[in-house]
Design a protein around this ligand. Structure first.
Ligand code: ZN
Length: 43
């Protein structure tokens, strides 16, 4: 199986089936958790 990790907070944000153990870093502005944290900081 593989896991997708958020680059910003290093949390596991998704998993997927696969023959090999794979770790991928999510591209972009981060996961849902990071986005919600950003919004809270802007308030
Ligand atoms: Zn994140």
């Amino acid at each position: 199986m593989g896991i997708i990790i958020c680059q910003s907070c290093n949390k596991t944000i998704d998993v997927f089936e696969g023959e090999k153990v794979t770790t991928l870093y999510a591209k972009g502005n981060g996961c849902e958790h990071c986005k919600s944290t950003e919004q809270n900081n802007n308030k």
